[in-house]
Design a protein around this ligand. Sequence first.
Ligand code: NFS
Ligand code: SF4
Length: 622
Amino acid sequence: SNIYEKNTITEDGQLMLKKAEKDQIETVWDRYQAQLPQCGYCEMGLSCRVCNMGPCRVDPFGEGPQKGVCGADADIIVARNLGRMIAAGAAAHSDHGRDLVEVLENVAEGNAPGYAITDVEKLKQVALDYGINIDEKAPLRIAGELAHAMQGDYGTRKKELTLVKRAPKKRRELWRNAGIMPRGIDRETSEMMHRTHMGVDNGWQSLLLHALRNALSDGWGGSLIATEVSDILFGTPKPTPNTVNIGVLKEDEVNIVVHGHNPVVSEMILQACQEPDLLRMAKEKGAKGINLAGLCCTGSELLMRHGIPVAGNHLMTELVIATGAVEMMLVDYQCIMPSLGTVASCYHTRMISTSDKARFPGMEHREFHPDNSRELARELIREAIENYEQRGQVYIPVEPVQSVGGFSVEAIISALGGTPAPLLEAIKAGKIRGVAGVVGCNNPKIRHDHGHVTLTQRLIENDILVVDTGCAAIATAKAGLKMADAIRYAGPGLKEVCGALGIPPVLHMGSCVDNVRILILASALADALGCDISDLPVAGSAPEWYSEKAVSIGTYFVASGVYTVLGPMPPITGSMNVVKLLTEGLNDVVGAAFAVEPDPEKAALLIRRHIESKRRALGLDA
Ligand code: NFS
Ligand code: SF4
């Protein structure tokens, strides 16, 4: 096999890599090769840059120094480094959530033209969760009070985050008893930064326990707020057909691509793309229309709510530009490679950064705020249309793949006829053995999409329903596992159930903040069975993860009671104490633990074994 096939399983990826090579475009895979061999100390988590007596490293072979200048040993250094990864991931999700709360507040005050309350039912329901009296109040007034109450969750006033009430009762008691109940979203992240300062928390166990609490403040706090407020503002997703891969770009239309995470920008771009005067302008310039496509999680946000096509996931973001077909790419924040501006400089593509907190070389900065979004989006689309004339040769080598997305918990429950009971019955009867979440990123250390697709195939073949999010969800969609007739890839039981419901065996549940939808689904199943999440035949996995956000997600899954298998090894092998706690000891603390298995075939076996053992413990196959 050639180098292209070694890097990615996808046809569009392979063909685009060839094109990029011809165009002399440097990609993420080239830079990864140039970094090899990567630092062994850092790979094991044994280097520390926390203070300026360092940097320090601990020798894993026991010959060189075993302590940093301050006296920290391998256990402390590894635990501190992992804690800081989780803090960064939780901060990213939660700050994204905060931006949505600010838009909600601006909508309530009438300062956000173009934004509105789209799902009033959900607004009311979340407001009730916050203890807000909604009687005879106008939606905008409720929205204002809800935004204010959510801001309280970010701070120090609370003893417990409001939305943990959606977790099963047993789980909340467990968190209280273990001392890991999240109190404030920013508080837990800030405390993690404090604890990992030199000379504060030097107990590797207490550091890791706080890391669980910090991750829970993301899953049951910042991310959950991000998802709920996105649904309130832009609508709760319903099953919608869509198309995926690089073939969604159109040769004869103005192609506009949104990349990043926050729907606050991409939703406004979508509105502008649909405006008749701009469509007319595109036609005057000789284009057949305006084609909006997404990348990564903001792509999944638009796909979930509007069926907007997605051109690719994380490792495809440079290659999308190399088609020469993109008039404009707009980015907000997170997972946007700082190389994109350089790639775009070889084509006519205009690169626009939109967030006050995220700048990139080779991009033009045009800042979006709730009060100027609508106007700015129109202005930028006009400029993108102007740019159509500058196009050179275009290379779009594949046809798009059909898929179905939009499976919010509400949509799943409604597909089931209003209650989770039919899903439970299918699980009890053994037609569906269990449910697995396949989530997370791409990483050039793993053949692109191979982990996601192979693992998902093995699971559905064995009657395990797969729910996915983020770049994993885009991978399985591209592989055809979400086509209307994808049940042919499923085992007999899963095929029967999904066939009857008219759903694919792999359900796209959204972006990475939407992993909380999986938590809510698991809680609904646990409540219906009268058990805890850790008793359920469910599992999680992140076969190709790369980001700090993914570490936070994996950790809040485990802390919520979900056994989670990671593909790439996190930087912890320098401390066997930390490795053992995370892979075994946590079972005694939270009833779940991590496993690490880069081979998706083997990871599928681990998950199947886990699901079968949970079934036995519940007495399901007696
Ligand atoms: Ni999630 Fe989305 Fe993708 Fe990974 Fe990045 S885009 S938030 S972090 S790479 S899945
Ligand atoms: Fe070195 Fe300790 Fe400072 Fe880390 S905190 S850099 S181990 S002296």
